[in-house]
Design a protein around this ligand. Structure first.
Ligand code: PRX
Length: 641
């Protein structure tokens, strides 16, 4: 029996041989001439000259062996509906959607922006794009007009696909007005907007631009649209993610490398095979949804369960009831969902027959020890934490039960995954850290197949942002702190930059700051992530007002706080709304004018601020404590107990 360590060592010692072997997992129209071209680091090109298609591999390829097997099982507790779609039916729907896009003039390389709730048509749309070589850019439905407009202007899609509405916790969320607002704001004008009408909210159609999906679906009939064979390095999609600037980065993904990486991960990491059923509770707007609701399970010939709803409606047993009902073998969720369940009756964990379930995977944010042990004991199944990013597309650090069952260590996502040369490096010098020494989690190039190829439309930003953080050495920075223990297990200790993680959703503090600063009363604002027992982190905004009198009374204060929260909600979406906004006369800064974010964070979390010898005005800290209603943290007595 092989070991995780041996597979990892082999993947790094001879990456070309390792990945050539994995490439056999998918169909190629033309085989590659070269497995890896790393002649222009840090740009890695995998399976050069190979021609393939993601949709062919996710759908068409399975028709010969599993046409009648369910490919997609959709459940909505929001609208109380279920739909099971076989591979044959999926093929039909994807062809129809592809035919509609073709009618709209969409060609290879064109972008299609998908702004949709969790409905099967969203999956048809993604697969239809990759079928014809169009590049999809899915924007999370929880984002509002400004976020959407920024993505429209950057991706410049020919077509937008959307719907009348989504539904969240029983409340209809109209998408079309948000989309119209974004389109009015954006300078780029897509030619067509294709709308799926679920009958949830009224839709005002713009003649000449807006098109009705149901009508077009009838019109194109049982269409057959051939797959467009793409060179392995041609882009499949762009997915935007937050960084330290207000402008989101378009993570560009290739085609062949992504297909190979996902197919390999299904077996080696998830221990899953054709015919198995996977239930991933994410959203198609996030990378976990792209890789493990849509492409991963379908590439492997599995059944994927797509869920529109929350973990607690109609009750705290819904996730496990779905797992029983669909005989789920592999589940993938986020620590926040489990922390939400911890507030429910624990009896839900044992009420359903989970005998089909082998493993529960959790990712997206730190998995705290109490939550990990609570759920592991509660459902009596192995829980596998895994660490990765939108940029990597698939897990970087994980226990890999598909290879070997290594004992988990609570608080650690495990060990480096094959293909990734993960290092813990000194923040300043980039030199490797010893075991036990905290450093930045970095990856030695080339990144393995499936990772981001570049920033959409901006190669230099890719190099500058990710590969220029350490002197003398080009290494990919994850922007996470980490530490390795003596056994080689890695622990993730939070972000090194201003990115925050709220309930598993990655958000840039800069975008929230820009939104708050658009209010005329706000002179300056800092947003930081503050530890939260349920959501991992929440956003705290600290504002300076132009007229200090404005927030003079408690009532005025609360009114302004509400107004500012509504601004963020309407511009960026409810996910980005700060949990709290406080007003201070001045922000803590260094003498050179640099904002002391970590000091704000420490005070809000009731911790010591540490050494602040460079602070310009120490009284700003007292003002902040006063505004937050917290006392000064008492230094811990060293050497005690
Ligand atoms: O800070 C790390 C955290 O989430 C970031 C990536 O978020 P996103 O791009 O949305 O991709 C999520 C893919 C699962 C990372 O830089 N993060 C993700 N997984 C973990 C984690 N932090 C601790 N433990 C994890 N398992």
């Amino acid at each position: 029996m092989t070991t995780i360590r041996a597979v990892h060592a082999r993947s790094l010692a001879d990456p070309e041989a390792f990945w050539a072997e994995q490439a056999e997992r998918i169909d190629w129209e033309t085989r590659c001439e070269r497995v890896l071209d790393y002649s222009r680091p840090p740009f890695a090109r995998w399976f050069v000259g190979g021609r393939t298609n993601l949709c062919h591999n996710a759908v068409d390829r399975h028709l010969a062996t599993r046409a009648d097997q369910a490919a997609l099982v959709w459940t909505s507790t929001e609208v109380d509906r279920q739909r099971s779609i076989s591979y044959r039916e999926l093929h039909g729907e994807v062809n129809r959607m592809a035919a509609i896009l073709r009618e709209f003039g969409v060609r290879k390389g064109d972008r299609v922006l998908i702004y949709m709730p969790m409905i099967p048509e969203a999956v048809f749309a993604m697969l239809a794009c990759t079928r014809i070589g169009a590049i999809h850019s899915v924007v999370f439905g929880g984002f509002a007009s400004i976020s959407l407009a920024a993505r429209l202007d950057d991706a410049r899609p020919r077509v937008v696909i959307s719907a009348d509405a989504g539904s969240r916790a029983g409340k209809v969320v109209a998408y079309k007005p948000l989309l119209d607002e974004a389109l009015a704001r954006a300078t780029h004008r897509p030619e067509r907007v294709l709308l799926v009408d679920r009958g949830l909210a009224p839709v005002a159609m713009v003649p000449g631009r807006d098109e009705d999906y149901a009508g077009w679906r009838e019109r194109v009939g049982a269409a057959a649209v051939p797959c467009e064979w793409l060179e392995s390095n041609e882009p499949s999609y762009v997915l935007y993610t937050s960084g330290t600037t207000g402008k989101p980065k378009g993570v560009q993904r290739d085609t062949g490398g992504y297909a190979v990486a996902l197919a390999t991960s299904m077996e080696l990491i998830f221990g899953a095979h054709a015919g198995d059923t996977m239930f991933t509770t994410s959203d198609i707007g996030w990378v976990v949804g792209h890789s493990y609701i849509v492409y991963g399970p379908l590439l492997a010939g599995m059944t994927t369960v797509m869920y529109e709803g929350t973990p607690v409606r109609p009750d705290g047993g819904i996730l496990w009831r779905l797992a029983e009902q669909h005989r789920v073998n592999v589940m993938f969720s986020a620590p926040t969902a489990i922390r939400v369940l911890k507030k429910q009756d624990p009896a839900w964990l044992t009420r359903y027959d989970l005998s089909s379930l082998r493993t529960l995977f959790l990712a997206g944010e730190p998995l705290d020890e109490p939550t990990a042990s609570w759920i592991q004991q509660g459902i009596g199944k192995p829980v596998v934490d895994n660490y990765w990013q939108t940029e990597t597309g698939w897990p970087v650090i994980a226990l890999q039960p598909g290879i070997e069952r290594l004992p988990p260590k609570l608080g650690s996502p495990g060990v480096p995954v094959y293909g990734y040369d993960v290092r813990i490096v000194d923040e300043r010098t980039g030199a490797d850290c010893a075991a036990g020494q905290k450093g930045v989690v970095a990856i030695e190039g080339p990144l393995p197949p499936g990772c981001m190829s570049t920033v959409w439309g901006d190669d230099s930003r890719f190099v500058r942002t990710y590969w220029s953080n350490f002197p003398d050495r080009q290494r990919y920075s994850t922007f996470d702190w980490g530490v390795r223990d003596e056994d080689g297990y890695l622990f993730i200790l939070g972000r090194t930059d201003d990115v925050i993680n709220v309930a598993g959703h990655r958000l840039g503090t800069r975008e929230i700051e820009e939104s708050l600063a658009s209010h005329p009363a706000v002179a300056e604002v800092a947003v930081v992530g503050v530890a939260d027992a349920l959501k991992g982190q929440v956003a705290l905004a600290v504002c300076i007002l132009r007229d200090a009198q404005l927030a003079g009374t408690d009532a005025a204060h609360r009114a302004l706080e509400g107004e500012l929260m509504r601004i963020v909600e309407s511009q960026l979406g409810a996910v980005a709304r700060p949990s709290r906004i406080v007003f201070v006369p001045a922000l803590p800064k260094t003498r050179s004018g640099k904002l002391l974010r970590r000091a704000i964070q420490a005070i809000a979390e009731g911790r010591e601020t540490g050494d602040l010898t460079t602070i310009e005005d120490p009284s700003t800290l007292d003002h902040l404590r006063q505004a937050l209603g917290v006392a000064e943290a008492v230094p811990a007595a060293s050497g005690a107990g």
